[in-house]
Design a protein around this ligand. Structure first.
Ligand code: C5P
Length: 278
């Protein structure tokens, strides 16, 4: 092998319910997640005499703090094997966005290294390493949609909803996940903002992290409300802990037109992406 590239997809939570705070500081979750196959980071493996890592996005750490590097270290420790590859990460998924980019990168790295070495780790071992790297990482080991419980690491495959077109909108700021969870218990709803579950394609779209995140970042509440006033949008919801909002588009609606209007009326710096759920 000289070089190969893996695609690490983003996710959105169609529902995220917080059942309570646990003694270990995490929160007990019940969440339904789907992947976005069209929005993916690229991880390139090149054979080398030693391990090295690079990332094209200077705002992402390229040292031991990066989840790709953490995944490599865990793989080396579990197998005793060297990871003699130059790994290059091309960031396509924005970070601090609630789209699971870092977790997906970690999962792909584990799967990639295991494949390159002839599968020294069993599925269960990979699953355990993934869970130790982050609550969302195990979800990305498997294809398709899943219901995730525990702190998010217990995965049950779920029937994938019929793919539907979404538009993602994200302001320049990100939301640190620990901050969103920490605020959850004391947070209040903002009057006039829609938090109730939205029926869409047989799913109740809902996200309990909207309450703490909207309270701190009012712009995101405004963005959701703005989307919900439009006839071409069926539903809108915060992605994970934010700062992305996704809109489920009605048939025939034009994401470019919605993007243009949002950038004109709300924030010219909005990042957007449109595509199908997986
Ligand atoms: O597991 P992960 O590293 O992605 O979690 C980041 C942070 O989010 C945790 O340190 C914790 O503060 C918070 N979290 C939580 N409950 C969860 C998942 C994450 O409180 N189920």
């Amino acid at each position: 092998m000289n070089s190969f590239t893996l695609h690490a997809p983003a996710k959105i939570n169609l529902s995220l319910r917080i059942l309570g705070k646990r003694d270990d500081g995490f929160h007990e979750l019940d969440t339904l997640m789907v992947k976005l196959p069209g929005l993916a980071d690229e991880i390139q493996f090149d054979a080398s005499h030693e391990f090295s890592f690079g990332c094209d996005d200077p705002s992402v750490p390229s040292d031991e703090h990066n989840l790709v590097v953490k995944a490599v270290r865990q793989f080396q420790e579990a197998t005793g094997l060297p990871a003699n590859y130059r790994i290059t990460l091309r960031k396509i998924i924005p970070h601090g966005a609630g789209l699971g980019g870092g977790s997906s990168d970690a999962a792909s790295t584990l799967l990639g290294l295991n494949r390159l070495h002839g599968s020294p780790l069993a599925k269960q071992e990979i699953q355990e390493i993934a869970a130790s790297l982050g609550s969302d990482v195990p979800f990305f080991l498997l294809p398709g949609a899943a219901r995730c419980t525990g702190r998010g690491e217990k995965i049950t495959a779920a029937p994938s909803p019929e793919p539907f077109r979404i538009l993602l909108l994200k302001p320049a700021f990100g939301v640190p996940t620990p901050d969103a969870y920490r605020r959850w218990i004391q947070s209040q709803e903002i009057p006039g903002i829609h938090y109730a579950p939205q029926e869409f394609a047989g799913i109740q779209l809902t996200n309990d992290l909207e309450r703490p995140v909207f309270e701190k970042h009012r712009f995101l509440a405004e963005l959701k409300q703005w989307l919900l006033t439009r006839d071409d949008i069926a539903a809108a919801l915060l992605c994970g802990s934010g700062s992305t909002i996704f809109a489920a588009l009605r048939n025939g609606s034009d994401p470019k037109q919605i993007t243009k209007a949002a950038q004109h009326e709300l924030d010219p710096g909005l990042w957007t992406w449109s595509g199908l759920t997986g």
